[in-house]
Design a protein around this ligand. Structure first.
Ligand code: DC
Length: 223
């Protein structure tokens, strides 16, 4: 069974997907980490992030692999474990540039589909999992939350790292990113038509996880 979880940043997708996978005994695929790893590869090659051809070249040379024996799975770039490097500010920024390049999306979409074949019980999260990568997935979810709540969650994350936060600025950044993600030509952020939308604004992690697990168990029972 493939379960897709899509939605914008700040909706708790990653933690939800990882927890659901763990509790169902499924594999977890963090597709954002793949775009981040390509972003890191591009930074290391001093690629011009405004140049789609240079980015495509960097992506072709970047081999991404997952070790599914750990929770969460470990990600490597050309054999080097890079999971701990992928959340840095410059990598996050580079990821958002590489994610709009069609050739990068083509490479990563194909690789994600291959993972779906080799790891058939999968919880996968991203922006295009239920629409483009796994259009025939058995269960699809779209997590959403108000921009105010997403900014609040992001602010808490940053404060816990000792950073000073301007909430109004964070909210503007979040809304700008939503517009960019929804407008890009390839794999735009969209609600899969056959998905269940969960507004997580006033729900706890446990409540969101429980809704998804309940649906997965119902679906298993119907088989
Ligand atoms: O979910 P995240 O923040 O780790 O994603 C990192 C970047 O990759 C972000 O700019 C959105 C993009 N992304 C994407 O375009 N498609 C996906 N399936 C996953 C992430």
């Amino acid at each position: 069974m493939i379960i897709t979880i899509d939605g914008p940043a700040g909706t708790g997708k990653s933690t939800v997907a990882q927890t659901v996978a763990q509790e169902l005994g499924f594999d977890f695929l963090d597709t954002g980490a793949m775009y981040r790893a390509i972003g890191l590869a591009a930074l290391r090659r001093h690629t011009n992030l405004e140049d789609a051809r240079e980015i495509s070249y960097a992506a072709k040379l970047a081999k991404i692999t997952f070790d599914f024996s750990t929770q969460p799975p470990g990600i490597s770039l050309n054999g080097e474990p890079v999971g701990h490097l992928l959340r840095a500010g410059d990598t996050t920024q580079a990821a958002s540039f590489v994610a709009v390049v069609p050739a990068v999306r083509e490479i990563l979409v194909r690789q994600q589909q291959e993972i779906g074949v080799s790891r058939p019980n999968l919880v996968t999260e991203g922006r295009d999992q239920g629409t483009v990568v796994f259009p025939h997935a058995e269960l699809k979810f779209y997590l959403d939350a108000t921009p105010v709540e997403r900014a609040r969650r992001r602010a808490n994350q940053l404060r816990s790292r000792g950073e000073v936060v301007d909430i109004a600025h964070l909210q503007t950044q979040i809304m700008d990113r939503d517009t960019r993600d929804a407008k890009r030509a390839v794999g735009p952020l969209a609600i899969p038509k056959d998905s269940q939308v969960i507004d997580t604004s006033s729900l706890s992690l446990r409540e969101v996880v429980d809704q998804i697990i309940t649906r997965a168990q119902e679906r298993r029972g119907q088989r």
